[in-house]
Design a protein around this ligand. Structure first.
Ligand SMILES: Cc1cc2nc3c(=O)[nH]c(=O)nc-3n(C[C@H](O)[C@H](O)[C@H](O)COP(=O)(O)OP(=O)(O)OC[C@H]3O[C@@H](n4cnc5c(N)ncnc54)[C@H](O)[C@@H]3O)c2cc1C
Length: 389
C-alpha cells in the first residue's frame, strides 16, 4: 500500500519539489498569525486554490507529464496533503485559500446553479472559504447545533442567527457553508452558502497555540439567506442536510490523517538531519518511528482507496485519523526529546510542528468520536472484537 502507481507517484514528486517553499511562509504565519496576504504568493498554495473543484467548473487542472489532476478523489487529496505537510507545512495548508471543506459540501449537496455560483467565484482568483459547523457549546455533538435558520417576519426569505467557533479561515473568507437548524431532529439540519460580507455577519481570528492563523469565529445576526443558497433543495429531505455532511466527513478525515502522517514525516526527517547519529539508542528510536509512520501511512492510503470505492465507509477514515493524530503528537515530542533540552528554542520549525500536531486531534472530530465511528461500524457489520483476557 505504501508503493504508489505511476500517476500518484508523479503527483507526489511534483508536490515534493514545490513544498519546501512553504516553510518560510509557515514560520512567518506562526509569528504573525494575522498575515493573510502571504498565501497567493506561495507557489504550491496558489495552485491548490484552483484545484479540488469539480471538473465542469475547473478550467485549469494541474498537469504533470501530460496527466491531469483535479484533486477530487480521496487518494489524490491524501497524496497531495501528506507530501505538502511532509516537505512543507500542515498548518499553512490549513490556512490556504481554496475549497477543500466547503467545496466538498457544495459538490455533494449543491444543484448545478449553486455549484456554478460557488465554484466560478473561486476560479476567478484565489479565494478563502469556510465550512462552519462547530459551535461554542461543543463541536463533537454536531447534531445538537443551535444556529437557526427561520422564516423572516416579513415572509420574504429566511434569517440566520447563531455563532460558530474554531472555523478554518473564518476570519478571511468572503463566503462559505454554514450548518443551521430549521427544525427538530436530524432532518431539521440544513447546509447553506453564506456570503460573509453581509452586515449581520461578523468574523474574527482565534489565538491558538498550534495551527496559528488558521482558525476564527463567526457570528450571524439576522443574516438573510435567499432560498437559492439552501443546499440540497433538489434532494429528498433525508438527503439534504446531515446525510451530505456525514459523507463529506469520510474523505476529509482521510485528508486530516494525511496531514498528521506528513507532519510526523517532517519531524522524523528533521531528526535524521539534525540529531547526533552516534547513539545507537537514538538510531533505534528513529528507526522505530519510521516503521510506525509507514504503518499509519499505509492505513491512511488504504482508507482513502476505501472511501473512493464506497463514500459511506466511515470506520477506515476514522481509524486512520485516530492513528495519525496520535502519531503526529508522539513523533514531534519524540524528536524534541531526542534533540535535547533546548530543542524548542534551537529548532523553531520543530517547536511549531509540535504545537501544530495537537490541532490534528480536533480537526474533523476528536479521537473519542472516531472511536465511536469505528465501534459503530464494527457492531453494524457483526464483526466481534477479540477478547483481551
Ligand atoms: C485545526 C482545527 C481546524 C478546525 N476546523 C474546523 C472547521 O473548519 N469547521 C468546523 O466546523 N470546525 C472546525 N474545527 C473544530 C473541530 O471540529 C472541533 O474542535 C471538534 O469537533 C471538537 O469539538 P469541541 O472542540 O467543541 O470539543 P467538544 O465537542 O466540546 O468535546 C470536548 C471533549 O469531550 C469529548 N466528547 C465529546 N462528546 C463525546 C462523546 N459523546 N463521547 C465521548 N467523548 C466525547 C471530546 O472527544 C473532547 O475530548 C477545527 C478544529 C481544529 C483544532
Amino acid at each position: 500500500m505504501n508503493r504508489l502507481d505511476p500517476r500518484l507517484s508523479s503527483l507526489q514528486h511534483y508536490v515534493r519539489d514545490q513544498a519546501p517553499a512553504l516553510r518560510a511562509a509557515a514560520l512567518q504565519l506562526d509569528a504573525h498569525p494575522d498575515g493573510s496576504t502571504l498565501y497567493p504568493q506561495v507557489p504550491l498554495l496558489d495552485r491548490l486554490a484552483t484545484l479540488q473543484i469539480p471538473r465542469p467548473y475547473a478550467p485549469d487542472p494541474l498537469v504533470i507529464e501530460g496527466e491531469e489532476y483535479y484533486l477530487l478523489s480521496a487518494v489524490e487529496r491524501v497524496i497531495f496533503h501528506e507530501e505538502a505537510a511532509a516537505h512543507g507545512d500542515a498548518a499553512l495548508l490549513l490556512s490556504a485559500p481554496g475549497s477543500l471543506t466547503a467545496g466538498m459540501l457544495v459538490a455533494a449537496l449543491g444543484d448545478d446553479t449553486q455549484q456554478s455560483m460557488f465554484f466560478n467565484r473561486l476560479r476567478e482568483q484565489p479565494t478563502w472559504t469556510f465550512l462552519a459547523m462547530t459551535e461554542p457549546q461543543g463541536g463533537s455533538d454536531a447534531a445538537a447545533l443551535r444556529t437557526t435558520l427561520c422564516p423572516s417576519p416579513g415572509g420574504d426569505g429566511q434569517l440566520l442567527n447563531g455563532s460558530k467557533c474554531f472555523i478554518g479561515n473564518a476570519h478571511r473568507s468572503p463566503l462559505g457553508v454554514v450548518t443551521a437548524r430549521t427544525g427538530p431532529g436530524p432532518l431539521g439540519i440544513r447546509c447553506l452558502i453564506v456570503d460573509a460580507s453581509h452586515p449581520g455577519c461578523s468574523a474574527g481570528p482565534i489565538a491558538t497555540l498550534g495551527m496559528r492563523g488558521a482558525l476564527g469565529t463567526l457570528d450571524f445576526q439576522d443574516v438573510p439567506v435567499p432560498e437559492e443558497h439552501l443546499l440540497g433543495r433538489h434532494l429528498s429531505p433525508t438527503r439534504h442536510g446531515m446525510w451530505g455532511w456525514l459523507h463529506s466527513f469520510n474523505p476529509l478525515r482521510c485528508v486530516a490523517a494525511a496531514m498528521g502522517v506528513g507532519l510526523a514525516r517532517a519531524a522524523h526527517a528533521y531528526a535524521l538531519e539534525h540529531a547526533p547519529h552516534h547513539h545507537s539508542a537514538l538510531r533505534h528510536s528513529l528507526d522505530a518511528l519510521g516503521t510506525r509512520i509507514r504503518g499509519v501511512q499505509s492505513l491512511t492510503r488504504f482508507a482513502a482507496h476505501a472511501v473512493d470505492a464506497d463514500p459511506t465507509n466511515a470506520h477506515l477514515p476514522s481509524a486512520a485519523k485516530t492513528a495519525a493524530a496520535r502519531l503526529a503528537v508522539e513523533a514531534t515530542s519524540t524528536v524534541l526529546r531526542l534533540l535535547g533540552p533546548g530543542a524548542r528554542i534551537e529548532h523553531p520549525l520543530l517547536d511549531k510542528w509540535a504545537r501544530d500536531a495537537f490541532g490534528i486531534e480536533c480537526m474533523e472530530g476528536t479521537s473519542h468520536i472516531q472511536a465511536m465511528a469505528v465501534f459503530n461500524a464494527l457492531t453494524r457489520t457483526g464483526i466481534t472484537l477479540p477478547r483481551t483476557s
